[in-house]
Design a protein around this ligand. Sequence first.
Ligand SMILES: Cc1ncc(COP(=O)(O)O)c(C=O)c1O
Length: 396
Amino acid sequence: MAISRSVKDALGSSSMIRRMFEEGNLLRKQHGADKVFDFSLGNPDVEPPPAFHQVFLRFAQEDAVGKTRGVHGYMPNPGFPAVREALAKKASREQGVTLEGSHIIMTVGAAGGLNVVFKTILNPADEVIVPRPFFMEYKSYVGNHGGIVREVETLPDFNLDLDAIAEALSEKTAAVLINSPHNPTGRVYPAATLRALAEILSAQGKKTGRYPFLVADEPYREIVYISGGTPPVLSAYRHSISVTSYSKSLSLPGERIGYIAVNPGIQDEEDLLSGLIYATRVLGYVNAPALMQRIVAELTEESVDVGVYARRRDAFKTVLDNAGIPYAEPEGAFYLFAKAPGGDDGAFVNHLKQYLILGVPGSGFGKPGWLRFAYCVDELHIRASALAFKKAMETW
Ligand SMILES: Cc1ncc(COP(=O)(O)O)c(C=O)c1O
């Protein structure tokens, strides 16, 4: 066999989201793009803010006239020092702790950042506790580095089930991985929940001598609809690491830019920071994209217009309400997690397809009986789907 068994197996169970993407393309070819209500992909369609284009242009012009030198070369693996300083200030404001540039590692998106973190902290067969439902790529990001995902249930409203997490903790637990605002449920974990989780993890550390890391995957941090924003993780728990990106907040997923913020005073701080830098290098990233690093450092106050997503969310809620499909109230991100009427998410997703509506079965996130709709599509298109949803429900 030319390829590894593990990759062969992975290809066999290829991501549901990818499969829906391919089906969407086929349906668009058959029926025309405007007839297909494709809510399967979380690919932001909102353009980056104007400030992005201005900085991008300025850098290109300065470059063209030879004003800047060496900016496209190799750099220290964790990124340009000035960029790390700028992002440390931003992260300090958001996280309620004081970070230095040395606590920031620039990454190839959040996906790259999570791989760097797990490469650095996992020993073979170490466990990473992940509340269900979850972004399925986590299994690969943890598995890539010899770890095992230990799934735990969440509460009926998809908030963290702290008892379930406490029960799953063991000496094998290297980390708890949380994601807020959450894909696919839109849940934002309240500050009180994070503090209570911190107490549980601290008690575990005191008991075993190994403090589980709290790894917060936060690419949706800025896309939040509730007052007070996304509560910080670093100020809640000493042994926490935030991984974020500009894929959603600046709509730059293709540019692959993000960063890791490490809590000052975290256990084995120096080793951990050196490990993250080493992992960035040997995983083959070498460093995060240079031009994007320089651009995002200038845009620390910018984000896409969250109001656009808020209006789409409201439009989608109306569509589902009118069709009689229940869903979890989204507090952030750009997903609606809906209950599959009758309970069979696969069958319901197939039924919707006949009405040219595409969503992703909850089974693809470890939560059968539910399905995810991504509202990275125009508000008018969402409104236009109302009739199709209604008809689909009449025949279900
Ligand atoms: C929960 C979650 N984590 C991580 C990622 C990866 O993001 P990035 O593009 O920054 O690598 C995604 C992408 O959709 C996501 O939904």
